[in-house]
Design a protein around this ligand. Structure first.
Ligand code: PSU
Ligand code: MN
Length: 306
């Protein structure tokens, strides 16, 4: 027995044909960006994926239903409700379903639901990871453990420098998760194209990444793949510029005792406030870029696996 999924007709039909489908998460809409830019962005992501020849599958929990594919009204409701909607990671799934609540899914829970639905490619902004100071707080995102389990390739602009990127990469290695730099040898740091941490492997094209996906799962190696796709140069905020802003946000969270699932949204909102919207523009540009790459990857993977 697995979770009953409410998959839209269009997506069900695409999966039946083994066509290209790209999953999208909803925490980035409800908690990652302000209204109305969040809804506008969510809509453009779906349009970009369609232009790329794939079917978008935005995932969220609505009234306890695990939705794969949202209507325009449902997407709007998520965006308007924003922070009032629960942030739902894997541990929270049974609670929101049983209580018939709404929930915005994180990378971890979106990966799990995508895998259950038979979707192998997912576009996000940045994945969660090992937080700075995790040796004391134990704050390591469930996104990482999910990569060890769910067979989904996640296109991400690396991970934000609010995290300890070195420890994040070490943890992914321990969990047996491939981290592929797409056109880069350096693990991207979300707002910046490089972090100074090398990726263990790189591919030049989405086609090559699709071959790695196919090889991994054919070999019976379960679990996901991190596809690290750097932010476009013109939208980048250089590391030396964003570093002090991030450091200040981390200290402020520490001083105010912000921890657990509230930490990531707190840091994101702090950074957006201090950079006067520049971080938001960068965020929107990189997610769109990830959606474009994810569509190409889903098309290439559909070709290889059929
Ligand atoms: N990183 C971002 N923006 C986000 C998130 C992460 O740059 O919106 C969201 C994603 O949904 C991710 C979640 O899965 O935060 C991780 O939260 P936590 O660290 O509490 O696991
Ligand atoms: Mn956490």
């Amino acid at each position: 027995m697995t979770i009953r999924l409410a998959v839209s007709e269009e997506i069900r039909e695409a999966l039946r044909r083994r066509a290209a489908v790209v999953a999208l998460e909803s925490t980035i809409i409800a908690h990652g960006m302000p209204y109305p830019q969040n809804v506008e962005t969510a809509r453009s992501l779906e349009a970009i994926i369609r232009e790329g020849g794939a079917v978008p599958a935005t995932i969220a929990i609505l009234g306890g239903d695990v939705k794969v594919g949202l209507s325009a009204d449902e997407l709007d409701r998520l965006g308007r409700e924003g922070m009032r909607i629960a942030k739902v990671s894997v541990r929270d799934l049974p609670y929101v379903v049983a209580m018939k609540r709404d929930g915005a899914t994180t990378v971890a829970s979106t990966m799990r639901i995508a895998a259950l639905a038979g979707i192998h490619v997912f576009a996000t902004g940045g994945i969660g990871g090992v937080h700075r100071g995790a040796e004391k707080t134990f704050d390591i995102s469930a996104d990482l453990t999910e990569f060890a389990r769910s067979g989904v390739a996640v296109v991400t602009a690396g991970a934000k420098a609010i995290l300890d990127l070195g420890l994040t990469l070490e943890t992914l290695e321990t969990l047996g998760v491939p981290v592929i730099g797409l056109g880069t040898d350096d693990f991207p740091a979300f707002y910046s194209r490089a972090s100074g941490h090398a990726v263990p492997m790189s591919c030049a094209t989405p086609k090559e990444v699709a071959r790695v996906m196919h090889a991994k799962w054919e070999m019976g190696l379960d679990g996901g793949i991190v596809v690290a796709n750097p932010i476009p140069t013109e939208a980048e905020i250089p590391a030396e510029e964003i570093a002090p802003v991030i450091a200040a946000a981390v200290s402020k969270a520490d001083a105010q005792g912000i921890a657990g699932k509230a930490l990531t949204p707190f840091l994101l909102a702090e950074i957006a406030g201090v950079t006067a919207g520049r971080s938001l523009a960068a965020n929107i540009a990189l997610v769109k870029h990830n959606a474009r790459m994810a569509a190409a990857l889903a098309v290439a993977y559909a070709e290889i696996s059929s």
